[in-house]
Write a protein that binds this ligand. Structure first.
Ligand code: ZN
Length: 163
């Protein structure tokens, strides 16, 4: 029986709640388990670590502290950006990631913190930074990754990357 290890493509169902028991996300809402390539940092490190060695059908309740999840909150407060600085027609929603260029030309990932009239506040912190993550997980499938998947560092096929 195969177990979860580096180089395996794993699909799992999960429900994610915070420390207060509020549901944040669930694969069940999308009707398909989430595939990832184990050992390629596709998922938060604290969860990946706890999934190692599990078999199909295994259920796990994993508590992941912010340091092994989306990080601690830090840095400057969310910065205001005029709505018209974003491409016309681009949907803008709270929590959405946006790529931006820093003054020194580096690409960086920012997240939309909130929208007030014509001003969008962007934050360096992931929306789940500082949150203790409670995962309720069930392992649905495990298979060997193809050489191409290993080279790309992510799974292909249903629920994975299409390209
Ligand atoms: Zn690929």
């Amino acid at each position: 029986m195969s177990t979860i290890a580096d180089g395996k493509v794993v699909a799992f169902h999960y429900t994610l709640t915070n420390g207060e028991g509020e549901k944040l996300d669930s694969s069940h809402d999308r009707g398909e388990p989430l595939p990832y390539l184990h050992g390629a940092s596709n998922i938060v490190p604290g969860l990946e670590k706890q999934l190692g060695g599990l078999e199909v059908g295994a259920k796990l309740q994993a508590v992941v502290p912010p340091g092994e999840g989306y990080g601690e909150r830090g840095g400057p407060p969310p910065q205001p950006v005029p709505r018209n600085a974003f491409p016309e027609g681009m949907p803008i929603e709270k929590g959405m990631p946006v790529q931006a260029q820093s003054p020194d030309g580096q690409m960086m990932m920012l997240f939309i913190d909130r929208i007030e009239d014509d001003t969008v506040y962007v934050d360096h912190n992931h929306p789940l930074a500082g949150v203790e993550l409670h995962f309720d997980v069930e392992i649905m499938s495990i298979r060997d990754a193809s050489d191409e998947e290993k080279a790309h560092g992510h799974p292909h096929g249903p629920g994975g990357h299409h390209h």
